[in-house]
Design a protein around this ligand. Structure first.
Ligand SMILES: Nc1nc2c(ncn2[C@@H]2O[C@H](COP(=O)(O)OP(=O)(O)OP(=O)(O)O)[C@@H](O)[C@H]2O)c(=O)[nH]1
Ligand SMILES: [Mg+2]
Length: 260
């Protein structure tokens, strides 16, 4: 998973997992690459530190965030529908921190050297077309084959009715990506935050009062025409997971895994 700062990579990791694993905030946040492997047998997340299995008493994201010098491998159950594959997610630092050039170097070396079947390039849907994204996209285009990439247009919950159109933004982004040299770019709009909160609710995790309000707002917003991202062929009664684009994204990732 790669992006410029604050596009929502760590929030998307938490949305796939359905738990707060990674710290998320509005400033340069993830400073090390984190590898998160699915363990369907376990009921809780755990890590390995000096070959010892460690579990987390309380706020795991904060504990991990304090380990600024080292990254530990994380294992966790993931709240997903599909059970045929085991997922491994790699959360990387944003590439455009002015304070920390090292982030860029690390993220770029991971993208070049690690083995992965799908690269999720996360874009902040509210700030498309920034020069930082442009520079990073050019780098990606040079080193990663187009078929491996899914472009995730995140934060579409921030679009305003009458002002912004998700469908038009997807079309414009595809054209731009094509101009940058990506063949047939695949773009999925999503609200990682809505998907994460909804998965927490489905698992009956405790949410704060603000989170409950936020979730109610997402439910109203994504049931509206123009925001509802439920795929046409979906038969079961759609929930916020369908409406916010997360389910479609998860399916897309699985399809990529099968064909590669
Ligand atoms: N409204 C909205 N906010 C989001 C969404 N996803 C992430 N955010 C917010 O955007 C901010 C940055 O999110 P992160 O997940 O920390 O972003 P990141 O890409 O991991 O950032 P770095 O680790 O610094 O590169 C946080 O305040 C998130 O709550 C979304 O879908 N909708
Ligand atoms: Mg992050």
């Amino acid at each position: 998973m790669t992006a410029t700062m604050s596009a929502g990579k760590s929030t998307l990791v938490n949305a796939f997992v359905g738990r707060k694993i990674m710290m998320t905030q509005n400033e340069s946040c993830t400073s090390l690459p984190w590898v998160i492997t699915e363990d369907p047998e376990s009921s809780k997340p755990y890590g390995y530190f000096n070959r010892m299995r460690i579990t987390f008493k309380q706020d795991m994201a904060t504990t991990l965030h304090k380990l600024s010098e080292a990254t530990v491998p994380i294992f966790t159950p993931m709240y997903r529908n599909e059970t045929n594959t085991i997922w491994q997610l790699i959360d990387t630092p944003g590439v455009n921190s002015s304070r920390d050039i090292e982030h860029k170097r690390l993220a770029e070396s991971y993208i070049r050297e690690m083995e992965y079947s799908v690269l999720l390039y996360v874009l902040n849907g509210g700030h498309l077309g920034t020069s930082d994204d442009e520079a990073h996209l050019r780098f990606i285009q040079q080193v990663v084959p187009s078929q491996k990439i899914i472009f995730v247009m995140n934060k579409v919950d921030q679009f305003r009715k009458g002002h912004d159109s998700i469908r038009e933004s997807v079309a414009t982004l595809k054209t731009r990506l094509h101009e940058l040299g990506f063949d047939d770019p695949v773009v999925q709009p999503v609200s990682a935050r809505a998907g994460y909160l909804f998965k927490c609710e489905l698992q009956r995790f405790t949410l704060t009062e603000e989170e409950v309000d936020e979730l109610d707002w997402y439910k109203r917003k994504f049931s509206r025409e123009g925001f509802n991202l439920t795929e046409k062929e979906s038969t079961e009664s759609p929930t916020l997971l369908d409406q916010c684009g997360l389910r479609a994204l998860e399916k897309m990732i699985n399809r990529k895994e099968v064909y590669i």
